[in-house]
Design a protein around this ligand. Structure first.
Ligand code: ADP
Length: 490
């Protein structure tokens, strides 16, 4: 592979993602893609983020200029427009036939996947390849393509198939989403079907964008060291554990950081300000949260959940043990939407115990901030969790995380076991195992610890002082980028 002549100064990387804060977010992927450019700029990287232009996104970005165009991108005309938001340079892929839809980035207004999702994100990946191959109209051309999840995963494949001498990194934010489709759609994905049965795309007779990316990218990373290790195990690999085990180089685990400017209880406009040094006014947020959910002040802890409602997040387990937690004096405020059956269990619980359980349906960014700022604990009983951000926001805001012993949760929380309590270093509560019994025991530990205010305040304070900013992780990405580029040019 030949290298692209360096322009001197910052090194260039193209980040390919289906969501990115502050323009469009459905989950942690957006937080990460929104924070990386600025964090990496400080390490000498010039990152541009390629993102679909969903409705409203162009308006939010403001002034833009066209830097790429195609008369026919997967069935319609398309342009890429460059703009700035905050510290980030964005390349908006404007292709109305693919992205101007009512509904969210992936789901229609009824909550169903758009039937052409494979083609929509294949187009995004194809444009990334073209930008790497030919550069943009302003002369910018990346030295590395950093693709995220299945939506960007065909970019590494296209780079290889088209013989483009630009290396790539694929980051797995959640291996549960793989971009599967039927082989009769290969031509529409601009993929030659010859050799499909033995090729990198084939996954039990289907086409897997993620598998293709895993086998085509120069390197693969994920969002915590523990999840990197878990991915090669059958219980976490979602059928791709075998593929992961055969990769030439092991998956690199780089922990996600959080944006310490956006997530700062001292300056957050959505909450009454406080800090680890001046925690007293945190109580006002607790009161505001109680009022918002119509909960009555009791002597027990007020726990919160801010989450997609899926079995991944273990919220069915929470519903199962809720009666015991409520009977022990605990309160719960839930914000989220997703699986209708799980939503219903929390709505029913709120109707049954209105003074102790509240449920807000939907996606509400400011309310999520108030929940981290007002709750005593944030519950994250996930069956698997690549990194998890809500426990990190909980730590920063003084909502003690109660987490499952998996993935990034295990990498970021110091469990309040006797050793950690004795040393005064605990930052949260860890379930001993991921089942209803393990969650129940952890909730009872929360009740007990909350009843010992000195210990509980110490745990809160430890968490608030922990550093989960991007600095360390950005350094790790910068090193990985440099390694990939050097290896590709050897
Ligand atoms: P995932 O990406 O698997 O959904 P993460 O913990 O990595 O889980 O990231 C979830 C992100 O989405 C966090 O920033 C969290 O605050 C936010 N979030 C989840 N549900 C909601 C909601 N209903 N309203 C507002 N923010 C939410």
């Amino acid at each position: 592979m030949t290298s692209i002549s360096g322009a001197g100064g910052a090194r260039r990387v193209l980040s390919v993602t289906s969501e990115c804060v502050p323009l469009i977010k459905t989950g942690g992927l957006a937080d990460v893609c929104g924070a990386l450019p600025w964090a990496l700029e400080r390490h000498g990287w010039d990152m541009r983020v390629l993102l679909p232009s969903y409705p409203g996104v162009a308006k939010a970005l403001g002034k833009t200029e066209e830097v790429w165009k195609s008369a026919d991108l997967f069935g319609g005309p398309a342009t890429v427009r460059i703009g700035r938001t905050g510290h980030m340079t964005v390349l908006l892929l404007d292709a109305p036939h693919l992205f101007a839809r009512d509904g969210g980035p992936y789901l229609d207004t009824l909550g169903q996947d758009y039937p052409d999702n494979p083609e929509r994100f294949a187009a995004l990946s194809w444009v990334a390849m073209e930008i790497a191959r030919d550069g943009l109209d302003d002369g910018w051309r990346p030295e590395l393509v950093h693709a995220h999840d299945w939506q960007g995963a065909l970019a590494p494949l296209y780079l290889r198939q088209q013989g483009v001498a630009v290396p790539s990194l694929l980051t797995i934010h959640n291996i549960a989403f793989q971009g599967l489709t039927q082989p009769d759609r290969l031509a529409g994905l601009k993929i030659d079907g010859e050799g499909f049965d033995d090729g990198p795309l084939e996954f039990y007779g289907k086409v897997s964008a993620l598998k293709a990316g895993l086998l085509s990218a120069d390197r693969v990373s994920t969002v915590s060291p523990r999840y990197a290790a878990e991915l090669s195990l059958p219980e976490f690999g979602m059928g791709l554990d075998g593929v992961i085990s055969t990769l030439n180089q092991p998956v690199v685990g780089i922990l996600n950081g959080i944006d310490l400017e956006v997530w700062d209880p001292e300056t957050d406009a959505a909450v009454t300000p406080y800090s680890a040094a001046r925690p007293a006014s945190r109580a006002k947020n607790r009161k505001a949260l109680q009022e918002r959910f119509g909960l009555e002040a009791g002597s027990g802890p007020l726990a919160a959940v801010v989450s997609r409602m899926t079995t991944q997040k273990g919220l069915d387990l929470l519903a199962e043990v809720l009666p015991g937690y409520v009977a022990a004096g605990g309160c719960l405020a839930v914000l989220g939407s997703g699986d209708k059956a799980i939503e219903k269990t929390f709505r029913d619980a709120a109707a049954r115990w209105p003074a102790q359980v509240g449920m807000a349906h939907g996606y509400d960014e400011p309310l999520s901030h108030l929940m981290y700022a007002g709750a005593d604990a944030i519950l994250v009983p996930s069956r698997f969790e690549p990194c998890g951000l809500t426990q990190l926001y909980g730590l920063r805001y003084g909502a003690v995380p109660l987490v499952a012993p998996t993935g990034g949760l295990a990498d970021t929380v110091i469990a309040a076991n006797p050793a950690a309590l004795g040393a005064g270093v605990a930052t949260g509560i860890m379930m001993s195992r991921v089942d209803a019994g393990g969650l129940y025991d952890a909730l009872m530990q929360l009740i007990t610890l909350y009843a010992a205010p000195t210990t509980f305040k110490q745990i809160q304070k430890n968490g608030m002082k922990a550093d989960f900013g991007w600095e360390r992780s950005a350094g790790a990405y910068a090193t990985l980028y440099s390694d990939i580029i050097s290896e590709a040019t050897e």
